[in-house]
Design a protein. Structure first.
Ligand code: SF4
Length: 75
């Protein structure tokens, strides 16, 4: 599973990091959501690959994002 965040459209509501704190966190500088460092793809803060155990909550976070800016690709 690959997860991408359109950070330019994130509204910093906090839902994703509340729903799936093992994978999402708030960027301390711009306040928007980002992927926790260990799961980033190529160092990109806006894209990552969760561990199998985190896939369900990452999917929940995508479903619950009020502005629908979290995209999931199943590979
Ligand atoms: S749920 Fe969506 S809008 Fe809210 S912080 Fe996460 S990415 Fe941003």
């Amino acid at each position: 599973m690959k997860v991408s965040i359109d950070r330019g459209t994130c509204v910093s509501c906090g839902s994703c990091w509340d729903t799936c704190p093992g994978f999402f966190e708030q960027n301390p500088d711009d306040s928007f959501s980002q992927v926790i460092e260990v799961y980033r793809l190529g160092g990109n803060i806006a894209a990552g690959q969760p561990s199998a155990g985190l896939e369900p909550c990452a999917q929940d976070a995508a479903d619950l994002c009020p502005v629908q800016v979290i995209s999931i690709d199943y590979e």
